[in-house]
Design a protein around this ligand. Structure first.
Ligand code: ZN
Length: 221
């Protein structure tokens, strides 16, 4: 039975409905009250054998996946982890201007996609070195930000700069240490950037080091 194709904020799910088999459709309806569970990015070919993929619910699963019916590979898509830190030297905070898209020209804290084979803390320190040439000692967990619409989790730590040295890189054409009053709140790159900085400052004023967990909303266009 053909299903009506709707364009809505749930368009990703409508595309799944179009492509899914009848079992998938029943399951999509059952989980329909959950905001876009298992939303997938389109995939055409198997990275293992090159065959065309089929979108279907694998046996004993509950969400549609891209499945290769030639070699049997199931191509799961799961959130990516962005890891970073807020380097601090004495009472000043290190921020970087983005030299790459997205949000080129806006200010951010050191962070990027976690690599295989490293811990969260190692990834946070690596990003600080790569983006701002800073040598940091990673401290306590500051923020976990759920970015549902982008399929990402952002994890940021507090960090202490071991020396005052920092510098520009191809990712960061401008890097600077700022006081709390100098943070360019209107020119921050991402909601998670602002969440991390506001959490850091609130805790410093309260004399505590808490974990802050929240879901970030899509930035207004
Ligand atoms: Zn395959």
């Amino acid at each position: 039975m053909p299903l009506p194709r709707e364009r809505s904020p749930r368009a990703g799910m409508a595309e799944l409905v179009d492509a899914a088999d009848s079992k998938s459709v029943a399951l999509i309806r059952r989980v329909g009250s959950i905001p876009s569970p298992g939303t997938t990015q389109s995939m055409n070919f198997c990275s293992n054998c090159g065959s065309r993929l089929v979108l279907k619910v694998p046996q004993d699963d509950f969400l549609p996946r891209y499945v290769c019916e030639n070699c049997g590979t199931i191509h799961y898509q799961n959130p990516k982890i962005v890891v970073g830190c807020v380097p601090v030297y004495e009472d000043r905070i290190l921020i970087c201007k983005r030299g790459i898209e997205p949000r080129l020209g806006f200010w951010t804290i050191c962070g990027g996609f976690m690599e295989n084979g490293e811990t969260l803390e190692e990834g946070a320190a690596r990003e600080a070195l790569e983006e701002a040439q800073v040598d940091v000692e990673i401290g306590s967990l500051l923020v976990i930000a759920n970015i549902r619409h982008a399929h990402q989790i952002h994890v940021f730590f507090r960090a202490r700069m071991r020396t005052a040295h920092f510098g520009i890189t191809h990712e960061s054409p401008e890097v600077k240490l700022v006081t709390e009053d100098e943070i360019p709140w209107g020119e921050l790159a991402f909601p998670s950037t602002e969440f991390a900085l506001r959490s850091l400052i609130a805790d410093r004023r309260a004399g505590v080091e808490r974990h802050h967990i929240a879901e970030m909303q899509r930035r207004p266009a």
